[in-house]
Design a protein around this ligand. Structure first.
Ligand code: ADP
Ligand code: MG
Ligand code: ZN
Length: 541
């Protein structure tokens, strides 16, 4: 920023000077040269001057002035050139990030590992006395929003040592060699300040696998090579620890991960129930809440949410409280903002015809009823037909009792059956089908396909891997690793699984048509049913 401003100033001064000189030249010199002897000339302003003196003095002055200005500006620019390869790492001292391990909830394993590093930097003798040395580098891996950057900032806050923070993309430059120069400079600065911590965020920007001959990757490769060289170059005992964060560990060059470089992997996974509750509590401290807030139920309803999403839920609920003219956050605010984060805001002014509303209600009750009657489904938490900005016209929320890490074959099939329940109800009651099931169809296909290709849950293929998952932390795009012919068979198998589940959903609903109609009317009237209300109505009948 500053540099840019200065150089603009330079150029401006240079042009102004040149302009003034040019004007002076036009005013004095040209007239003087044109009319060498005539004393009565009317052109020049200072006609009384000795023209011959001006005619040689001015050009000389002009040349000198231009030379001086040029040399100065070139001098400055070349000093700018010299700073071209300087890294722009921010150096933090203790108080600056203001974050400590207190701010990071859950993530106990990660904190443990990082505490050890901080401890080492505080008191290296304790470790070297026994002959232990710490890894040079540690890699924080995990899905987006799980607090990797936050953890690094907390380390900066905890450690009484300088903390260099830089993002991997800052090394990516247009010109070959500049990124490498920046890496060199970063490590030079770091070894001067040792003991210290260097943090490279989103390291996959420079650490991607080096591949064949793509041609355009010269610069990136040089930068990566330089990083590898520097990591080997410095002495581990000196006390420079390199932290890096990424959500694409699979794409990193294996050379980065070998022992002696980033050999320690610190996972920052999505939080479990207890973790979610703790994260909610940390963020709720920053807002005023009612005393009877129940974070347990919020944590239960947010399975799969990242720390960043939970922080967002708290903030949304505070915003909602303000919007409604209250000065503290209630449980209802929290419940609503979970849905805002999952499905978007309510579309209050969406106009939906009575006929369509009826179809939507019937569709949602179809899902809920199938889920309630089957035994391997998670309990219903909420059913609503209030449209949301995400495009959902209604939805049925199921919430597991506790954390789930495994899915059995029965549960997978039950989920597909529930997903097909919406369409089944539409067909049963209205004798036709609508486009409203498109999202259900997509999800059901995903699960069925994973069952066949990755979970080994189909009889036809058994335990054969047919797909691999890339970028596990980024939603995981999958790619087939089988022959064309097999792909054809996979599709048939998937189709068969979904068909059977759909049949089952139709059966369940056919046997409970009375309940389906009654609950549909009930939902149409109330717009939203809680899980408890829903179950009590079923139990009544
Ligand atoms: P990442 O770098 O892993 O993508 P960040 O560290 O940038 O994620 O996290 C984004 C935000 O999410 C943080 O600023 C913080 O408010 C919140 N957050 C994430 N994980 C946690 C956690 N474990 N405890 C408290 N807050 C968290
Ligand atoms: Mg980050
Ligand atoms: Zn549906």
């Amino acid at each position: 920023m500053k540099d840019n401003y200065k150089s603009k100033n330079n150029i401006l001064i240079f042009f102004l000077t040149a302009l003034i000189l040019a004007i002076l030249y036009c005013l004095f010199v040209i007239p003087a040269v044109k009319t060498p002897d005539t004393k009565q000339t009317q052109h020049g302003l200072f006609t009384g001057f000795d023209n011959s003196a001006i005619s040689w003095l001015l050009p000389v002055l002009l040349v000198i002035a231009v030379c001086v200005i040029l040399s100065r500006s070139v001098g400055r620019r070349s000093s700018r050139m010299m700073s071209f390869g300087k890294s722009s790492a921010k150096v933090y001292v203790k108080a600056q990030t203001g974050k400590t391990f207190e701010d990071v909830a859950g993530q106990d394993e990660a904190k443990e590992a990082l505490k050890e590093i901080v401890d080492f930097l505080h008191d290296p003798e304790k470790y070297s006395g026994i002959g232990a040395f710490l890894p040079k580098g540690a890699l924080l891996v995990g899905p987006p929003g799980t607090g990797k950057t936050l953890l690094a900032q907390a380390v900066a806050g905890e450690a009484d040592v300088p903390f260099f923070s830089i993002s991997g993309s800052e090394f990516v430059e247009m010109f070959v060699g500049v990124g490498a120069a920046k890496v060199r400079d970063l490590f030079r600065q770091a070894s001067e300040k040792a003991p210290c911590i260097v943090f490279i965020d989103e390291i996959d920007a420079i650490g991607k696998k080096r591949e064949g001959h793509t041609g355009s990757s010269d610069e990136r490769e040089q930068t990566l090579n330089q990083l590898l060289t520097e990591m080997d170059g410095f002495d581990g005992k000196k006390g420079v620890v390199i932290l890096a964060a990424t959500n694409r560990p699979e794409s990193l060059d294996p050379a980065l991960l070998r022992p002696g470089r980033f050999d320690r992997r610190i996972p920052a996974e999505l939080p479990d129930m207890a973790g979610r509750k703790a994260i909610l509590a940390v963020h709720a401290k920053k807002v005023r809440t009612d005393p009877d807030i129940d974070f347990d139920s919020v944590a239960r309803a947010t399975a799969g949410a990242s720390g960043a999403e939970l922080a967002n839920i708290i903030n949304e609920s505070a915003l909602r409280a303000v919007r409604n003219g209250r000065n503290s956050v209630t449980q209802a605010d929290l419940e609503e903002s979970i849905e805002v984060v999952i499905a978007g805001y309510q579309r209050k002014n969406a106009v939906i015809s009575p006929k369509e509303r009826k179809i939507i209600a019937c569709h949602e009750i179809g899902h809920a009823l199938v889920a309630a009657i089957q035994k391997d489904s998670a309990p219903i938490h909420k059913i609503t037909i209030i449209p949301r900005t995400s495009g959902a016209l209604g939805y049925t929320l199921q919430v597991d009792e506790g954390d789930k890490f495994l899915m059995t074959k029965e549960e997978a099939l039950a989920r597909i059956t529930v997903l097909t329940g919406g369409r089944a109800a539409e067909e049963l009651i209205f004798g036709t089908c609508t486009s409203g099931a498109s999202n259900d169809i997509e999800k059901a296909t995903q699960i069925a396909k994973a069952m066949v290709t990755r979970f080994g849950m189909s009889e036809k293929f058994g335990m054969m891997a047919l797909e691999t998952m890339n970028d596990r932390y980024l939603g995981g795009n999958v790619s087939l690793i089988c022959a064309q012919e097999t792909a054809y068979q996979i599709d048939n198998e998937v189709k068969e699984i979904i068909r059977q589940c759909f049949e089952k959903a139709c059966d369940i609903l056919r046997q409970n048509v009375g309940k389906l109609c009654e609950l549909t009317d009930h939902l149409l009237e109330k717009e939203t049913l809680s899980g408890i209300e829903f179950m009590s109505i079923i139990a009544e009948k």
